[in-house]
Write a protein that binds this ligand. Structure first.
Ligand code: GLC
Length: 715
């Protein structure tokens, strides 16, 4: 349809029809199963007419069901307007990839784009049109359960990966490429800064921090063409995001130039009452429509009160018309007027879903996402070694993680499954092993196996319910029973390799005596194959942390790009009156960007070609040499520090990275180009600018072990 035809369609719609376009209802409202249509998920006191006219729906899946729902919906719609089928496809549809926090550890935009493209292909053939992804909330507090959904603590890495996801989901011709879905970037804004790491809690940020750290990821996703933005549940500096005109009209629409659809998070418009900024649903509707929220997900403030607000003159009908036009434009961008079923295809679905090719992609990502945190020459294992594989996660298929909707745990490859073809002498327990309260028999069997073995793989972890939405934890250690198991095993065998499935950085200090620690996150459908191949050396680990691991939860929030303070500990470590703790270090146990390999890569000869001006970029280069006998993929990281600025600057900021493959003994020169724009920061007047002056440039394998040199930005 042409834009004027859409405008004409809006003019044909009654006030009721326009208001109902702003409502999003869950799949249960359109189910043909009686028990689903009468459950709590389908009872909002709506008339059947409103249900028939609700503009979009979420959670429908399966090509056959999607075709049925769309057909019935359009038949019931006076103007035959199609609905949009949306859902949460966060790290895979049926083929589940590692959780996004693990995807962040790949530092591989091309691989992350592939993840999104496979996810889109499976979702599209199953009839979906929009995914509520990428989630680009920057995170610094592992107590928050939704850190698993983010790609981490750094705005530059988050931006790179957000753009990759949008491109993977949408492709370059969304209307005609029926293997793609529209992307919805979320949660706008700064949901990851929830106070105390408690989900849905308030966010209090300076505008500079908001602009410098939290907004760039969303903006990058929008610059990549994301079609929708979802509001966040939190209040931001005292104003709930979902009713925040400054955030949505001034920042998102005016400053970022976004003219697409804004959708509320589930119930977030009505939650303006609980926040205490709306006395009732009517005022909630007014605040949200004035803020520019187009779609109300699963509450009825708009359907119940927008007509009254318009008729009494409180709300200008133009605001409603603009929202309806944006929703119809999205439907048009998806080609739904000409092809309401888009890619839904029952035969194709059977062929595409969970295909061998997709499994291979999932395994590739999982392998790249695994981070080797510690290795005292115990890994990689040899196939002939006598290895006991024990612990609650040894045979666990709870490895898909939160937000894995259509994923089937029964299809997930456990570590025991993945290991069986790699070891000729694997000792496996038979007793079921509980994550929280293992039986005496299970523990006894584990100890007996450990006693007989040369080495022990102790497979531990969180369950997938321990992270994700509404899953904040005040204690970020593993369950006590797993710590006790480790201590008991220590008595019979010191050669212990700990593997961990988890949805957040953990306090792993209880395992300091382990000879190796392997961070596997929730690695997805192929997790067991990927983890086993890392353990037995078929793959050389290459993952680098996208989020810092604290020594203890008492350090949180902890992140790498901190400020120096006026009394930096480093300047006088023996002094009393410097910024430090009495009872722990200032530093992460495992810092941002950290990850070991089975190789040794030496960094030498960091050189800069010249000073930097606004007209002439600077090129920095470093030599990296693989001195081991194993091929390796090294992630070379470039950081800067602005030594004197109008506002305090972080002691380091990631500005570039490059993954390089190095054969045994091979040396390469890795370069990065820095432009004046890379040095800009948000000044006191909230404008992005650079300052001339002295800078440090640092390069290394992580944010801690760095070669440093200096350069100047001159006029
Ligand atoms: C949830 C989440 C959001 C998700 C939405 C729809 O509450 O906050 O990320 O997309 O509801 O499921």
């Amino acid at each position: 349809m042409k834009q004027e035809q859409l405008q004409n369609l809006v003019e044909q719609m009654t006030l009721e029809e326009k208001i109902d376009q702003l409502l999003q209802l869950a799949a249960a409202f359109y189910s043909d199963k009686a028990e689903e249509k009468t459950g709590p998920m389908s009872d909002l006191g709506l008339t059947q007419e409103t249900i028939n006219q609700a503009g979009t729906t979420l959670g429908v899946s399966g090509a056959k069901e999607a075709i049925r729902v769309q057909k019935e919906y359009m038949a019931n719609n006076r103007l035959h307007i199609p609905t949009i089928l949306m859902a949460d496809i966060i790290h895979g549809f049926r083929t589940i990839f590692p959780i996004p926090l693990a995807l962040g550890c790949t530092w591989d935009a091309a691989a992350v784009e592939k993840m999104a493209a496979v996810s889109a292909k499976e979702a599209a053939v199953s009839g979906l049109h929009v995914t509520f992804s990428p989630m680009v909330d920057l995170v610094r507090d592992p107590r928050w359960g939704r850190v698993m959904e983010s790609t981490g603590e750094d705005p530059f890495l988050n931006s790179q990966l957000a753009q990759a996801m949008v491109l993977g989901y949408q492709g370059t011709d969304l209307k005609n490429d029926l293997s793609r879905v529209a992307a919805c970037v979320k949660h706008f804004a700064a949901y990851g800064a929830a106070l105390s790491g408690r989900d849905y809690n308030s966010v209090d940020l300076s505008e500079q921090q908001l602009r410098e750290q939290y907004l760039p990821g969303y903006r990058a996703a929008l610059e990549a063409g994301a079609k929708l933005v979802m509001t966040s549940f939190n209040s931001l500096n005292g104003v709930p995001a979902t009713g925040n005109k400054w955030l949505f009209r001034d920042i998102l629409r005016k400053e970022f130039g976004f003219d697409g659809v804004v959708i509320s998070d589930w119930g977030a418009i009505q939650e303006l009452i609980a926040h205490g900024v709306a006395k009732d649903k009517k005022q909630a509707a007014q605040l949200a429509i004035e803020a520019g929220v187009d779609i109300e997900m699963m509450t009825t403030c708009y359907t119940d009160y927008l007509a009254e607000l318009i008729q009494e003159g409180t709300v200008d009908e133009q605001l409603l018309d603009e929202a309806v036009l944006r929703i119809l434009t999205l439907k048009n961008d998806l080609g739904l007027f000409e092809n309401p079923h888009r890619g839904a295809n029952v035969e194709e679905e059977a062929r595409v879903i969970f295909s061998e090719e997709h499994q291979q992609a999932a395994k590739d990502l999982a392998t790249k996402a695994i981070v080797l945190l510690k290795n005292e020459a115990i890994l990689p294992l040899k196939s002939e070694e006598n290895v006991a594989l024990i612990g609650p996660a040894a045979a666990s298929q709870d490895i898909l993680g939160a937000w894995s909707w259509q994923g089937q745990k029964t299809e997930a490859i456990s570590l025991a499954e993945g290991a069986k073809n790699l070891s000729s002498s694997l000792l496996l327990g038979k007793e079921p092993f509980d994550y929280f309260a293992p039986s005496e028999a299970a523990i006894k069997e584990a100890l007996a196996l450990a006693e007989k073995a040369d080495k022990v793989i102790l497979a531990l972890g969180e369950t997938s319910e321990m992270s994700g939405e509404a899953a904040s934890r005040s204690d970020i250690r593993l369950p006590e029973a797993q710590i006790q198991l480790f201590q008991a095993l220590q008595q019979v065998n010191k050669e212990i390799i700990v593997t961990v499935y988890n949805g957040r950085p953990l306090d792993l200090s209880d395992f300091n005596q382990a000879k190796a620690i392997v961070e596997a996150w929730f690695p997805g459908s192929q997790g067991g194959h990927a983890l086993a191949e890392i353990l037995w050396g078929n793959s050389n680990p290459s993952g680098r942390l996208s989020m810092s691991f604290p020594e203890t939860v008492g350090q949180v929030p902890i992140y790498y790009n901190v400020e120096n303070t006026g009394r930096p500990y480093e300047s006088a470590p023996d002094e009393k009156y410097v910024s430090k703790y009495l009872d722990t270090s200032n530093y992460a146990k495992y810092p941002f960007g950290f990850g070991l390999t089975y190789s040794q890569v030496d960094y030498t000869e960091l050189v800069i070609n010249q000073s930097l001006t606004s007209a002439t970029p600077l090129t920095a280069s470093v030599k990296v040499k693989n001195t081991s006998s194993l091929p390796v993929v090294e992630t070379v990281q470039f950081y800067i520090r602005d030594l004197v600025a109008e506002r305090v600057r972080p002691i380091k900021e990631l500005k570039a990275f490059e993954k390089v493959s190095l054969a045994p003994g091979e040396e390469k020169t890795v370069s990065c180009e820095l432009n004046e724009a890379d040095l800009r920061y948000v000044h006191i007047d909230n404008q992005w600018r650079s300052d001339t002056g002295d800078f440090q440039l640092m390069v290394g394998p992580n944010s801690r072990d760095l070669l440093t040199t200096t350069f100047q930005l001159i006029e």
